[in-house]
Design a protein around this ligand. Structure first.
Ligand code: AMP
Ligand code: ZN
Length: 143
C-alpha cells in the first residue's frame, strides 16, 4: 500500500480518521460522504494514493470500475429515486478538492436541485461535423 501522509482519504484508509464504511477490500474502499448532497451519497476510492484518473494505475481500474457499478446498483436499490450519478473530478479545474481519486455515487431524481449543469442555450446550434472530426482527431493523437 502506498499512502500520502497529508492526504485525508489516505488517513481514512489507515484508520486515522473515522469514516462510515460501506465496502472495503484489499484495493478499494467506499464510505459515506461527510457533506452529502443527498441521502446515500458515497465515495469510492482506491486504497493506494492516486491523484485522479490522470495517474491511476490502469491495472487497478477494472476492479474499481466493477465496484463502482456494484455500488451504483446498491444505491439505486436502497434509495430508488429514479437515478444515480457517478462523478469524478480530475484536477482542481474540474472541481476536485481532495487530490485522492474518488468517484461520487449520488442518488438523483428528476426534480433534484443538484446535478450536472450545462450552460444555458448550449443546444441552440449543433457543432459543424468538420469541427467535430478535427477535435476527435486531436484527442486520438493525444493517445
Ligand atoms: P471533490 O470536490 O470531488 O474533491 O469532493 C470531495 C468530497 O469529499 C466532498 O464531497 C466532501 O464532502 C468529501 N469529504 C471531505 N472530507 C471527508 C471526510 N472526512 N469523510 C468523508 N467525506 C469527506
Ligand atoms: Zn491519498
Amino acid at each position: 500500500m502506498s499512502q500520502s501522509s497529508d492526504c485525508i482519504f489516505c488517513k481514512i484508509v489507515k484508520g486515522e480518521i473515522p469514516a462510515s464504511v460501506v465496502f472495503e477490500d484489499e484495493h478499494v474502499m467506499a464510505f459515506m460522504d461527510i457533506f452529502p448532497i443527498a441521502e446515500g451519497h458515497i465515495l469510492l476510492i482506491p486504497k493506494d494514493h492516486y491523484t485522479n484518473m490522470l495517474d491511476i494505475d490502469l491495472e487497478l481500474l477494472p476492479h474499481l470500475a466493477r465496484r463502482l457499478a456494484l455500488l451504483t446498483r446498491q444505491v439505486d436499490k436502497a434509495f430508488n429515486v429514479g437515478g444515480v450519478m457517478n462523478i469524478a473530478a480530475n484536477g482542481a479545474g474540474a472541481g476536485q478538492e481532495i487530490p485522492h481519486l474518488h468517484f461520487h455515487v449520488i442518488p438523483r431524481g428528476r426534480d433534484a436541485n443538484y446535478g450536472f449543469r450545462f450552460p444555458p442555450g448550449y443546444r441552440e446550434e449543433m457543432a459543424p461535423r468538420e469541427k467535430l472530426e478535427s477535435i476527435a482527431k486531436k484527442i486520438q493523437e493525444a493517445a
